[in-house]
Structure formats: C-alpha cells, structure tokens
Design a protein around this ligand. Sequence first.
Ligand SMILES: [Zn+2]
Length: 327
Amino acid sequence: MGKNNKKKFQVPDESHLLLPAHPSSTSGQTTPIVDTHTHLVSTFSVYQGKYREGKHASIFEFVKSMYNRPGSHRVEAIVDVCCEAPVQRVWKELADSALTPDGREKDWGGIEYWFVMGAHEAKVYTDDVEKDILEAMTHPRCVGWGEIGLDYHYDNSPRKIQQDVFRRQLRHAVRLGKPLTIHTREAEEDTERILKEEVPRDHRIHIHCYTDSPELAQRLLDHFPNLYIGITGVITCSTNLNTSAVIRNFTSSPSSAMRILLETDAPFMVPSNLYPSLPTLKGKLPLCHTAMIPWTAEFVSGVAGIGWDTEKVMRVGRENARAVYGV
Ligand SMILES: [Zn+2]
C-alpha cells in the first residue's frame, strides 16, 4: 500500500466525538436519551486504543464529557452490559459508584447508571462465572440478565453448548424475575423454541440489536406481550433490510404499539445518517456512544413514515425502557 492509501484510514481528531445538537433538540422540550444497551468498558477501551493521547483518562470523564452537551438531548440513563466470562470485576466499581444520588452526580454527571450481566460466550461458562453473575444480580443497580443467546453466525461455541448455557441462564433469570437481554443471530428456530419453552409469556424481554427476519420478530412479539425489539445504528446499514421491515410492520397496523428500545450496542455501530451533521469530519468515527441515539431515532421515524418524527420515536423508546427495565 502506498503512502496515500494509508492517509485514508487516519482516525479523525477526538473532538469530532463531541457531537453537535441533533436538529430535533432545538424544538423546545425534548425527550431525554435512555441507551438501553451499551458496553461501556469496551467502548472506553476502543477510545483509549484509538486515542493514545486522548483527553479522557477514565470511563467517568469520557461519559461526562461526551454524553451531555449543551443544547443537546440530555442523557438520562444508560444500561451498561457486562457479558464477559470470566466476569470482569470492574463491574462492581462502576455499579457501586452509582448507588447514591451524590455518587451519580459526581461520577456520572447525574446520569442514571444501570447494568445487566450475563455470559455471552457459552464455552467459557462455568459454575464460578455463574456464581459471580448471581452475586451481581443482587446489586441495586442491576436491572437484568444478559446479553445471552444463540449466535450461529459466528458459532464461537458448539451449538449444543450454546443451547445448554442459554437454557441454564434463562432459568436463573426467570426464577429471579430479572428482565432478559437476548442476543440472537441466524439461530431463529432454536432461539424461538428455547425462549418459548423456558420463559413465561409475561416475562420482560429485550431482543437486542435485532437483525433477523421480520417474521421471527412478529412471532416473538405475538407470543410475549412484554417483549421489545432493540434498534441500534445498524438499522442505517444499506445491507440490513430486516430491521426496517420490523419497524414497518409496527406501523402497518394502526392499533399496534411500537415495541422498540433504542440502544447503541456501543462501541461499533455509528448511525450512518450522523455524518451529514459533521460536515468538517474527514473519514469515519472509530466508535459510537450514547449521544448518537437521536440519529437512530430519526432514521426510525423516516422508516415509520407519516405521523412520526424523531421526538415521537424518542418518547416511545423512553417509555419502553421504563416498561422493560424500570429505568
Ligand atoms: Zn451488546
């Protein structure tokens, strides 16, 4: 590769991560942001990897400076996802810092920090991992079990093991009454069958970063009245038609509520419609973060069509986050 090609991949200056206000935030009262699925530890580590001389030395500083910008949508709450095995003990430091209003003000700039925990990688699920997750479930800032589920796209663990570990975690979550954060990819039949076998119909469920078929989404929505579909910036990808089809199915029947949750699944899925708002940016941003949610909402409103705008999608997403996670 020549020198010129190299230039193309230069990471833009970190100042571009400080976003301008989304146009909808200038129209009077706006609904605050709730990011229902974000991986803070890995987002921060991507940030540190890309910006070795970066301004922000801790997760707290990163969040306080990036998430709440003057004139922009206020970030009200985040649901952080801890799904590594073995469990990373940093979870407790983050969760404990949010125990009191003073702690949330000091460390999080007033943002409500919540988390879910589960083991995503089935082959490394052990009794010790399970013990750690069960301990985390008793923490007052823990609002769910996840992300867990079947991924036949990557097949990182043998499918039989994926299914066994999925069932095992579902049973605990159901027993504890914890909302579920489910990851499913190209495993439609098995995900549907196992969920229906293990989980009571009225359990609260978040099928996160949904990209599978609209038919599967519909069957799950029909069966589980408290199940919601997670929408990330991946809805803006031109190769992904499924997620938009799910949105259209909601709006095609006037009586059906839009059961979606807005999420970033940070660090990687920058909504592509954000870029026109950053005219001085050359290249692509190397990570996404919670303040990008209004652009995802804007894209959803465009797919939903007549009667929808960014603010209405934000409002629905905010109410649904409360319904699922109580946040
Ligand atoms: Zn995730």
